[in-house]
Design a protein around this ligand. Structure first.
Ligand SMILES: Nc1ncnc2c1ncn2[C@@H]1O[C@H](COP(=O)(O)OP(=O)(O)OP(=O)(O)O)[C@@H](O)[C@H]1O
Ligand SMILES: [Mg+2]
Length: 508
């Protein structure tokens, strides 16, 4: 039962960065015992509103009240001491400590001889039990548990201080379906205890599964606040993009296009494999064809992409490119053979935060050409002009530091970096992760158009609908093995793939 008095009330919040009005007169209220989702396209201002609340960014105008009284925080730690905790997607824990030490960090139980570890671990256990995580051993090293569980440890840690407000900005973007359920179970539990939860996600299914209330932002402006049950998906998307949804639905599908999987493939690998990574796989990709890699998280999708690209060295396999036997054992060799790999890991392998959008965008082209021959300013500008427009990067300003772009816009720049190399074979690992519905359709459209122009594409996504929408053929992976390959057609759905994964091995 949601309470009637908000725990957080933000009114007429405005924040301006040089050249960008990130927030303009935005209102937001958060009630105890509810899950309230912030919705909006990439760059709408969701993360900025969170940072305004926690004092990471100073607001130019507006008022913030917490539990009825005016408050201005000086940063995350200050907000936390007032009961407002933020858990970021990239969890901020200490790898070399145990689960329990992480939960209790800064709140260890002290005895006369310093920290009493027995009591500290007991307290950690209690904190974990509160979230239904009693099965987690406080003494286990943090590095021994999955990223999804680490995130739950981060939440336990936030709750040790008895937070009244828990903020989760895109916590689910690298979780599989089971892990999302685990997280949601924890969120529901805390909500039922009266904690107010502020949630951000681009996955509509998840938003509808977990939210009680929604606030929609567009271009830094407040569009509306609604109870989730009163708002259809169509209405929600219309509010986010400011236009109706029929146009969106017509974009992006690759199905019903001409068939390309005939004749000699452009790229062909037989028995491509690597011990401990993926069992030998046959994969062909024709010019103009999108081949989807489908499977659950951990099924080996990314590993196969990395083998094709030579990011990991294959220890078996015969590869031909355009009919010529070849070896792709390093990314340098891949680039030389016009193979590009856009990684799923935006933070670690992707963007370089201190560089500008321009510098990030030209990186792969420059690497292929060799650093001894720098691209001229004119060449750089041409690349920027083309891809900032084509991928609708906002703001389309090449000189901005990329870390100041919203998450989704960083992802678009990353994709542009690889497109700029004019690859013949493009491997895309989760290219639409963290991207809003409108931009997602645009990116799908771009991929379809690239294939239409003759590019060979390997498309990896954890969203099966998207794989089905874009791929001509689909390779299904499970437990680091190829378990099936299907040709797309009108009768193929996400369900078809799920059935293959579910039934595989069950008759053995
Ligand atoms: N530190 C900063 N300096 C300059 N501009 C910024 C900064 N932080 C955010 N912005 C700009 O403010 C706007 C809102 O960004 P914000 O990160 O809040 O978007 P978002 O809704 O979280 O998007 P996404 O879904 O892509 O994460 C964007 O135009 C972004 O480029
Ligand atoms: Mg964001």
């Amino acid at each position: 039962m949601a309470a009637t008095e908000p725990i957080v009330e933000m009114e007429n919040i405005s924040i301006e960065f040089p050249g960008v009005k990130a927030l303009q007169d935005v209102n937001f209220r958060l009630f105890p015992g509810e899950v309230h989702t912030l919705m909006g396209e990439n760059g709408a201002g969701k993360s900025t509103l969170i940072k305004a609340l926690t004092g990471v960014y100073k607001i130019d105008s507006g008022s913030i009240k917490v539990a009825g009284g005016p408050r201005r925080f000086t940063g995350t730690a200050d907000a936390q001491s007032a009961g407002i905790s933020t858990v970021y997607q990239e969890v901020n824990l200490c790898d070399n400590l145990t689960v329990g030490e992480n939960v209790m960090l800064g709140h260890e139980v002290h005895g006369r001889m310093g920290i009493n570890w027995r009591k500290t671990n007991l307290a950690a256990h209690d904190a974990l039990v509160r979230l239904g995580l009693g099965g987690l051993d406080p003494k286990a090293p943090l590095s021994s548990i999955s990223l999804a569980l680490q995130q739950l440890v981060a939440i336990s840690r936030a709750m040790v201080t008895n937070s009244k407000v828990l903020i989760l900005d895109e916590p689910t973007s690298s979780l599989d379906a089971n892990e999302v359920e685990g997280l949601f179970a924890v969120i529901r539990r805390l909500r039922d205890e009266g904690v107010a939860i502020l949630f951000v996600s681009h996955f509509l299914d998840q938003v509808y599964a977990i939210s009680d209330r929604l606030t929609v932002l567009r271009n830094g402006e407040f569009v509306g606040e609604h109870m989730t049950q009163d708002l259809s998906r169509g209405q929600l998307i219309s509010m986010m993009i400011g236009k109706d949804v029929d146009t969106l639905n017509s974009l992006g599908s690759n199905r019903g296009r001409a068939v390309h999987a005939v004749g000699a493939p452009y790229y062909s690998a037989k028995n491509l494999g690597r011990q401990g990574s993926i069992e030998p796989v046959d994969i062909d990709v024709h010019a103009g064809e999108v081949v989807g890699l489908a499977g659950l998280l951990g099924s080996g999708r990314t590993e196969l992409g990395r083998l094709i690209y030579g990011a990991d060295r294959p220890d078996s396999g015969d590869v031909t490119i355009d009919g010529v036997a070849t070896e792709v054992h390093t990314p340098v060799a891949a680039l030389a053979r016009k193979i590009a790999f856009s990684t799923e890991n935006r933070r670690d392998e992707g963007i370089i935060g201190d560089l500008t959008v321009r510098e990030n965008l030209i990186l792969a082209v420059q690497a292929r050409r060799g650093w001894a021959r720098p691209l001229s300013r004119r060449e750089q500008n041409e690349i920027c002009a083309k891809y900032l427009v084509e991928l609708n990067v906002r703001p389309a300003d090449p000189e901005r530091a990329i870390r100041n772009l919203s998450g989704g816009n960083q992802q678009k720049v990353l994709l542009g970096r690889w497109l700029a190399t004019n690859p013949e074979l493009l491997i895309l690992d989760e290219p639409t992760r963290g991207i809003d519905v409108g931009a997602k359709a645009e990116i799908q459209e771009t991929i379809a158009a690239l294939a239409e122009d003759g590019m060979s594409v390997v498309f990896i996504s954890s969203e099966l609908e998207e794989v089905v929408r874009l791929s001509e053929r689909i390779i299904v992976l499970k437990d680091h093995r190829k378990i099936g390959e299907i040709t797309n057609g009108p009768l193929v759905t996400a369900e078809t793939i799920v059935d293959i994964i579910a039934s595989e091995g069950s008759s053995e």
